[in-house]
Design a binder for this molecule. Structure first.
Ligand SMILES: O=C(O)C(=O)C[C@H](O)[C@H](O)CO
Length: 365
């Protein structure tokens, strides 16, 4: 059993995520620069995990975040509630009328096709989520009275503003006091860190927060850029070598962070905007577990594939306690999530389990 989780009957929530949710504006098959209409979705690295656990796996999840109280914020709330995630812990900040001091984040994202890569343009300065303060949330009430089995956050929220690392630390300290498992997806985003001190700041913040983490998720780039580990001979492609590099790096990582109980990563090689080689590997003190390698995986929309990997992994750890099953749940859920549009998954648990069992894509009727 890699992680010991609190009993479900003692907790209101199976998982609570802390992070920003943006309105994703999606030009469909076209391009942002020539779009005349956009489809609206919600998305956010940390939130997507709560959404996947709720919608695909039927777990009880909630979001801690903040929105500016205007029509865009209420649209985000509507999308979140449609996804089944409890939004009662969201803080609403009064809107100033024009967004000078507080606003909601927008994320224009096109999917790419073939040789044309996906493009994301986020518009998220001065957002409400970035202005959350540690004292804005009653962490003791959440973790101590309501009860939470699993807390998830990550490096996107940590990079959002000067104050979000302190919010995360307050949440993690309370989660730890009450026996809640803590996961963190490093999700290194140079464009976000650039605004607040670059890689040096990223490493200072992530190293501090990593001390609280039980389940660390990140790829080689995340571990090098966010935590400062050196990985010799980083491989470009998904091959035994890439998994081997991860395995080599783990030695250093868990020597420095002996609090990590599980470390997991997807292994992906981008062949084109619409084709990835796809796999995953996870470590616990009992050894390594590898997910089924899926070369040439076809993709409709790659955004959020890593988050769906995380939610499948967490579901597997929560329900089976078996690292091998958990990494298979993660890889299968991530693969299915990338076959549909939007940042979040539209897969069902039955589809995930059928894929894990080797099912093909024949029509079902
Ligand atoms: O949260 C962000 O920064 C996003 O870009 C939204 C996406 O849903 C997320 O990154 C996917 O991992």
């Amino acid at each position: 059993m890699p992680v010991e989780v609190l009993p479900a009957e003692d907790c209101r929530y199976d998982l609570v995520s802390l992070g920003e949710v943006m309105l994703r504006l999606d030009p469909g098959e076209g391009r942002v620069r020539t779009a005349r209409s956009f489809r609206a979705w919600e998305g956010g690295g940390e939130y997507n995990v709560a959404r996947g656990l709720r919608r695909c796996f039927g777990m009880r999840t909630a979001l801690v975040s903040a929105f500016a109280d205007n029509e865009v914020g209420r649209l985000l709330e509507d999308l979140i509630l449609t996804g089944g995630v409890d939004a009662s812990l969201v803080k609403w900040l009064p809107y100033d009328g024009i967004g000078r001091t507080v606003r909601n984040g927008l994320n224009f994202t096109e999917r790419g096709f073939g040789v044309r890569g996906a493009v994301g343009v986020s518009d998220r300065g001065h957002t409400a989520a970035g202005q959350l303060r540690p004292e804005d949330v009653d962490w003791e009430h959440l973790f101590g009275t309501l009860g939470v089995r699993w807390f998830h956050t990550g490096g996107i929220y940590a990079a959002l503003s000067d104050t979000t690392p302190d919010v995360i630390e307050a949440a993690m300290a309370a989660a730890r006091r009450h026996g809640t498992i803590i996961s963190y997806d490093l999700n290194y985003r140079p464009s976000l860190w650039k605004a607040i001190g670059g890689k040096a700041r990223a490493q200072e913040v992530n190293r501090r927060l990593a001390r609280y983490v039980d389940v660390m998720i990140g790829n080689e780039e995340d571990f090098t850029a966010s935590l400062g580990f050196e990985v010799p001979g980083t491989a470009e492609d998904l091959s035994d070598l890439a998994a081997e590099n991860f395995e080599k790096m783990i030695g250093q990582v868990v020597q420095e962070y002996d609090n990590f109980k599980v470390v997991a990563t997807t292994l992906r090689t981008v062949r084109s905007a619409t084709v990835n080689d796809w796999g995953a590997v996870a470590w616990s003190r009992d050894g390594f577990a590898h997910a089924t390698h899926r070369p040439g995986l076809e993709i409709l929309d790659r955004v959020g594939g890593g988050d769906s990997f995380a939610s499948g992994l967490i579901f597997g750890l929560l329900t089976t306690g078996d690292l091998g099953r958990a990494v298979e749940y993660g890889a299968a859920h991530g693969a299915l999530a990338m076959t549909t549009p939007g940042d979040t998954s539209m897969a069902t648990r039955a589809e995930v389990e059928a894929l894990m069992a080797g099912a093909g894509a024949r029509v079902q009727r």
